[in-house]
Design a binder for this molecule. Sequence first.
Ligand SMILES: Nc1ncnc2c1ncn2[C@@H]1O[C@H](COP(=O)(O)OP(=O)(O)OP(=O)(O)O)[C@@H](O)[C@H]1O
Length: 503
Amino acid sequence: MGKSSFLYFEKVGVKHLGNTIFQDFDFSMEDGQHWAVLFPSVLEKEAFFNTILGKTVVYHGHVRFPFATQYQNVKMAAKEVSSYRDLIAHVSQKYTFTNKDNLQNFYFQQRFNATESDTAYTVKEHLSTIEPKNNGYWDIEKVMNFFNLEALQNESLLKLSNGETRRLAIGSALLHNPKLFLMDEPLTGLDRETREMFDQVFQQIVDSGIQLIIATKVQEIPKVITHVGEYRSGVMHSLTKSAFLENRSTNLAVDSIEIDNSILEKLLLSLDVPKYEQFVKLHGVNVSYGEKRILKNVTWEIKQGESWSIKGHNGAGKSTLISLLIGEHPQAYANDIYLFNKKRGTGESIWDIKKPIGFVSSDLSRFFPRNQTCYKVILSGCFDTMGLFKKTTDIQSQLAMDWMIFLQIHKFANVLFHQAPIDVQRFCLLARALIKSPALLICDEATQGMDENQAGRFRQIVNLIANRPMISLLYVSHYDHDIPSVVDKELVLRDGEVIQMNG
Ligand SMILES: Nc1ncnc2c1ncn2[C@@H]1O[C@H](COP(=O)(O)OP(=O)(O)OP(=O)(O)O)[C@@H](O)[C@H]1O
């Protein structure tokens, strides 16, 4: 390797989660370079990052980190324990924040329950608990300022929206002043305006002396990137960014995916949904926390069988609106809301509300107990619990397995859910939602972090389900191309207000 070598893989063989992922894998990054890496599947992408982080089994070859040599020599001379990892920051799609007891045991509806979240740190507290591994350009003040976190500094971590959480995750990682920053799809979950602003964010990070490896989509390769590595057929094809973009065919169409219709037909027959006269109706709905108004006078009706998208900037109130529908928000009772023929607050139980709803969100995965397998997570849909705690019938067990086979995730049945790749987790959540024959399927940024082929397959299946006359769909995404074609109605929120409704 040359003198200016920063990081390299030499004929590396890697095993991860029981699978051999790489054989004779080569990759080389020089000082001053910033890489975008493209992987066909989440499994390979996660294995690549985890290998750099030393979390996989390298059974062959070497991974070398010349960028850390000087640092480690200095530490060794001072007789201090150190690792090359001290110089790496990583923001994955699976980031979680812990609470004050250092346990990650938040439960889902806690987010919407303003009084119950005292075990969660505020944004400012969280940033001050981080013990930077290195001193450098980034400190709390710079991070707060640069990522627009001042206004949120006293908010509990639990209450942050998806986009707010991501800004915080990137800012938190920078506090370590790493030399190498690994980012897994840093733009997903961000609204269009924020995504556009991120070119400046990357530039600032690079200007502070940090080198980047970003897993991303071709359409989202940031300006600062100098090189692109595309992993195909076991080989990382490396090019400068300009050569890559020149070579690239403009046809980025996603493969159309073969769906096994015979299994689907059988599964769809199990989706036997009753008819509701008053499906979902909201009239003048308001949600606020103290002075902060999150939803303002929202009036909206969804008829059975309709398919809607909900759009709006990060923090506009989309997830809050959904939380009212799925029975997770305590302020639902104080509002004029009809769900499935019943007015909220007239004696119905939370289970009555949840029963007709299948819910899939990018956020949901982190709330399942860590001992749950993929199979159990799917079965927990039968009981609307976050994990399986009851005995299941043979019919339920068979149905869960049939959905897994149809969705091609059956080989993960006994894998712990939190260890499964992101796309497998999402298909599990989809199966968990569908196993109980929902009348309303809600997908809240559900394909976030999935690769384009898997996201395409997810949309295709959602399309097939939502095309059934008795089933309604609510779909939230920051990307127009991600919205399934069955969706023909949209609600747009800005700062909690409905600014557009095409229904
Ligand atoms: N319990 C709470 N107390 C105070 N503020 C809250 C609470 N819960 C949510 N919020 C705030 O309400 C706003 C709306 O959040 P919500 O998650 O509904 O936004 P969103 O439109 O889904 O955003 P994103 O696209 O980023 O997911 C955010 O600014 C969030 O910080």
